[in-house]
Design a protein around this ligand. Structure first.
Ligand code: ADP
Ligand code: MG
Ligand code: ZN
Length: 479
C-alpha cells in the first residue's frame, strides 16, 4: 500500500524591531537576564499595552511579499494559559481576525516549481525563557524575551515530503531576510517551526489524523523529524494501528519523536478579544507605501539574473538565496563581464571556502573586486584556470591581490610557442612506447602527454597551446 504524506508548517519569526511589541523595552539579544523589562512586559496590574507601529509595518511587508490579502481591520486576542514564562497569564496574539490571509509562496525542488498556500499571518508577543539547570532543584526565568514581536506564518497542508517542507522553510527564511525583518537564525530561536504531519493512502482525498512535531531547531532536524514521523505513521497503519492526534517532541540525540501531550490534554486557551487594544485598521495608502519600498525579492531577482546575465535557473537560484550573495555576484560583474565564469567561481570555490571556514558571504576573505581581478587574469591568458585555483587559495590566506601573488610566485602562464615546443619534444622523446600507441590509434594516450607537459612546466603552460603543439608533433606525417 502506497501512502502520501501531508504536511503543514507553523513558523514563528522574531521581528527585528528595536523595541518590543507593546512597550519600549529593548529587544536586543544576549543581555543580562531580566534587564530588558518594564511593568508592561512583566504584566503588572493596571498597565496598558501600546502597539509598536514598526511591528505592523514588518508584518505587512511579509504579507504583501507573500501575496496575502490584508485585513482592513484586525484584532488582538488573549490566549490564556498558565506557565512561568508568561507573567500576565495570557499571551497577546491574533486569533479570529489576523492581519493577513490567503497568500502563497513558490518553492523550487528538483527543477519543478510548486506553489504553497499561506493560510494566515498574524502578530503576537513572545514569552520569556525558562532555564533549567539539571544540577538544581529549581528553574530560572529570563523575561527579556517577553513581549518581543513575532509573526506566525501558517501554511496550508500543501507540502508532500520532508524535502518540500525544507525547501518551503528555506524560501520563507530567504523572504524574511530579503525584507530585512527577521534574522532567520533557527539555532538561536529567532526562526522557529512546528510541523503538522499526516499520511493518507495515495490517490485518496480526505486527510488523515495529524500529529504536531515540536522542538525542531535546525533545518536538518525539521527534515529528519518529518521523515521519521512519516515512516512511524506508515508503520503504525500497516500494523493495523491508528494515528492519534497528539503533540510530539523531536529528540535529536535519539533520532525519534516522543509524546508530549495527547489531544485530551490539549489546552483550552479561552481566546477572547483583548479589551486593552483597539481594533487595528490598516489603510490602503499605507499598504501602497510599503509595497513601493519592498526590495527586489528572490523570485524576481532570480528571473532577472537569468534574463540579464544569461544564467541557468540553477545558478540564478543559488546566487539569489541571500541578498548579500546576489550583491556579491553583481559587484563582481561591475569589474568583469563573463557572468557564467563569475557564477561558477562563486558557487564553486568561493562557497566551498566559506563553508569550510564557517563564514557567510559578508565575511568573505576575498572581495568581489579581487575575485574579478583574478578572473580577468584567466581570461587574458596570464594564468590558466588550474593556476587560478592556487592563486585563489593564496588570496584567501594572505589577502594579497592576485596580480601580486602571480608575480611573486612566478605563476605567469607560458604561451611562448618555442618554449612549449621544447618541452613537448622532450616529453615525446621520453615516451617512445606511448607515442607508438598513439600513432597506432590509441587516442586516449593524448591526455597522458598533456599531463606530462603540464608537470614539466609546473602547470604554467597554456593548455590550448600545449594541445596544438602536441597535435602537430604527434601528427607529423601521420594519419
Ligand atoms: P492548530 O495547530 O492551532 O490546531 P490549524 O488547525 O489551523 O491550527 O493547523 C495548523 C497547521 O496544521 C497548518 O499548517 C495546517 O496546514 C496543518 N494541517 C491541518 N490539517 C492537517 C493534516 N491533516 N495533515 C497535516 N497537516 C495539517
Ligand atoms: Mg498548531
Ligand atoms: Zn517592557
Amino acid at each position: 500500500m502506497e501512502f502520501e504524506p501531508v504536511i503543514g508548517l507553523e513558523v514563528h519569526a522574531q521581528l527585528k524591531t528595536k523595541s518590543k511589541i507593546f512597550c519600549g523595552c529593548s529587544t536586543a539579544f544576549g543581555a543580562e537576564p531580566n534587564t530588558h523589562v518594564c511593568p508592561i512586559c512583566l504584566g503588572m496590574p493596571g498597565v496598558l499595552p501600546v502597539l509598536n507601529k514598526k511591528v505592523v509595518e514588518y508584518a505587512l511587508r511579509m504579507a504583501i511579499a507573500t501575496h496575502c490579502r490584508i485585513a482592513p481591520e484586525s484584532r488582538f486576542a488573549r490566549k490564556n494559559y498558565f506557565y512561568p514564562d508568561l507573567p500576565k497569564g495570557y499571551q497577546i496574539s491574533q486569533y479570529e481576525l489576523p492581519i493577513a490571509l490567503n497568500g502563497h509562496i513558490d518553492i523550487e525542488l528538483n527543477g519543478a516549481i510548486k506553489r504553497i498556500g499561506i493560510t494566515r499571518i498574524h502578530m503576537e508577543e513572545d514569552a520569556g525563557k525558562l532555564l533549567h539547570d539539571p544540577d538544581q532543584s529549581f528553574s530560572r526565568v529570563d523575561l527579556n524575551r517577553t513581549g518581543v514581536p513575532l509573526i506566525e506564518i501558517v501554511s496550508e497542508p500543501d507540502l508532500r515530503s520532508a524535502e518540500e517542507a525544507g525547501a518551503y522553510l528555506r524560501k520563507l527564511r530567504s523572504f524574511l531576510r530579503y525584507l530585512d525583518i527577521c534574522d532567520g537564525n533557527m539555532e538561536e530561536g529567532s526562526f522557529r517551526c512546528d510541523a503538522n504531519v499526516s499520511i493518507r493512502p495515495a490517490g485518496t482525498k480526505p486527510f488523515g489524523t495529524r500529529t504536531e512535531l515540536k522542538n525542531l531547531n535546525s533545518f536538518k532536524h525539521v527534515e529528519k523529524a518529518i521523515a521519521y514521523e512519516i515512516n512511524r505513521q506508515k508503520d503504525v497503519v500497516l500494523d493495523g494501528g491508528e494515528i492519534f492526534q497528539e503533540t510530539l517532541l523531536w529528540n535529536p540525540d535519539r533520532g525519534l519523536t516522543t509524546t508530549m501531550r495527547s489531544k485530551e490534554d490539549a489546552h483550552d486557551y479561552r481566546y477572547f478579544p483583548d479589551p486593552d487594544l483597539l481594533p487595528l485598521t490598516v489603510d490602503d495608502n499605507w499598504i501602497q507605501q510599503i509595497t513601493q519600498t519592498l526590495p527586489e525579492l528572490p523570485d524576481a531577482k532570480q528571473e532577472r539574473f537569468m534574463a540579464a546575465y544569461g544564467l541557468p535557473a540553477y545558478d540564478a537560484c543559488v546566487l539569489t538565496t541571500s541578498r548579500e550573495l546576489a550583491d556579491y555576484f553583481e559587484t563582481c560583474l561591475e569589474n568583469y563581464s563573463n557572468s557564467k565564469q563569475a557564477a561558477n567561481w562563486i558557487m564553486g570555490s568561493l562557497l566551498a571556502l566559506l563553508n569550510t571556514e564557517g563564514k557567510d558571504i559578508q565575511q568573505s576573505p576575498i572581495s568581489p573586486q579581487a575575485l574579478a581581478a583574478l578572473l580577468k587574469l584567466i581570461d587574458s591568458n596570464i594564468i590558466s584556470g588550474k593556476i587560478a585555483k592556487i592563486v585563489f587559495d593564496e588570496m584567501a590566506e594572505t589577502g594579497k591581490p592576485p596580480e601580486i601573488i602571480v608575480q611573486e610566485k612566478g605563476l605567469v602562464q607560458v604561451t611562448d610557442t618555442s618554449e612549449i615546443e621544447k618541452v613537448v619534444l622532450k616529453v615525446l622523446a621520453q615516451s617512445p612506447k606511448e607515442v607508438l600507441d598513439y600513432r597506432n590509434g590509441k587516442e586516449k594516450v593524448f591526455g597522458f602527454f598533456v599531463g606530462q607537459v603540464m608537470r614539466e612546466t609546473k602547470g604554467k603552460a597554456n593548455p590550448q597551446r600545449v594541445n596544438e603543439i602536441l597535435k602537430i608533433q604527434l601528427g607529423a606525417g601521420q594519419k
